[in-house]
Design a protein around this ligand. Structure first.
Ligand code: MG
Length: 261
């Protein structure tokens, strides 16, 4: 089994990066692994910690319509260049943490996606150099208020609500180029999304290079590589599970977000 890199919160409220053991215990590291974190003497027993999102990005850069069949289902052409948008770091949550359904929306969709975790500062890098800047891979759900996305010409609101970026459950360093991505709702055996990640229009290396020519990517930053066809709505109470072969599965349940007044 590939090594699994986690970020956890203990019962006492301490946050650590670590290595998940087969026993489900965690070997604590003294820094994020992409900043050369080394194992410490501390290990955590199973069931004494909560899994957090596996990194704490300065920014989440997302790519729209990066699978041709998803662009088609949205009734739009495949972009000739990557279509970039940002999700705020405050949207990030870990696995088994509720997605909050905002009162401003009547249509909130799941979007299962492969997420890249950047390991080194990256500015103006070539696609060839970009592979070395990708430290590892995890799973994301690019939760989207679809009705607000259609109302707004920019997507900061539709994509930026708190809890709209589930990430995890952990990071692995290697991934098969043809790994399958699938999204499941509740107890259904049939996935609502199922695609091989090699169906992406723009490859991970191309995306990292392209983004690095716009903004500096920092260690721990996250890139969401786009969703395949099959996006659809979630309701309050929906349990959504995004699985990627060779990584694991990211699971979250939708609950109502209380309005401010
Ligand atoms: Mg998306």
């Amino acid at each position: 089994m590939a090594q699994r890199y986690v970020r956890v919160k203990t019962e006492k409220g301490q946050t650590y990066y670590g290595l998940l053991q087969l026993s489900r215990g965690v070997q604590v590291l003294d820094a994020p692994p992409w900043l050369q974190g080394q194992p410490t003497d501390l290990s955590l027993e199973p069931d004494t910690y909560q899994l957090l999102a596996p990194c704490a990005p300065s920014k989440v850069v997302a790519v729209g319509k990066n699978y041709a069949n998803h662009a088609a289902e949205m009734g739009t052409p495949v972009p000739t260049e990557p279509l970039l948008f940002l999700k705020p770091p405050t949207a990030v949550i870990g696995t088994n943490t509720p997605i909050l359904y905002p009162p401003q929306s009547q249509r909130v969709d799941y979007e299962g996606e492969l997420a890249l975790v950047i390991g080194q500062r990256c500015v103006d890098c070539t696609p060839k150099d970009a592979q070395g800047k990708i430290w590892g891979y995890t799973i994301a759900n690019d939760v989207t208020a679809r009705d607000l996305q259609k109302l707004d010409s920019q997507w900061a609101r539709a994509k930026g609500f708190d809890t709209f970026c589930p990430l995890g459950p952990w990071i692995v360093r290697e991934l098969s180029a043809a790994a399958r991505l699938q999204t499941f709702l509740n107890d259904a055996a049939e996935p609502v999304q199922s695609a091989s990640i090699d169906q992406m229009v723009f490859s991970p290396e191309f995306l990292v290079s392209y983004i690095s020519q716009v903004m500096t990517l920092l260690p721990g930053d996250v890139i969401l590589t786009g969703t395949p066809e099959g996006v659809g709505p979630m309701q309050v109470g929906t349990r959504v599970r995004v699985a990627i072969e060779g990584i694991g599965q990211l699971e979250n349940t939708v609950t109502q977000r209380k309005s401010a007044n």
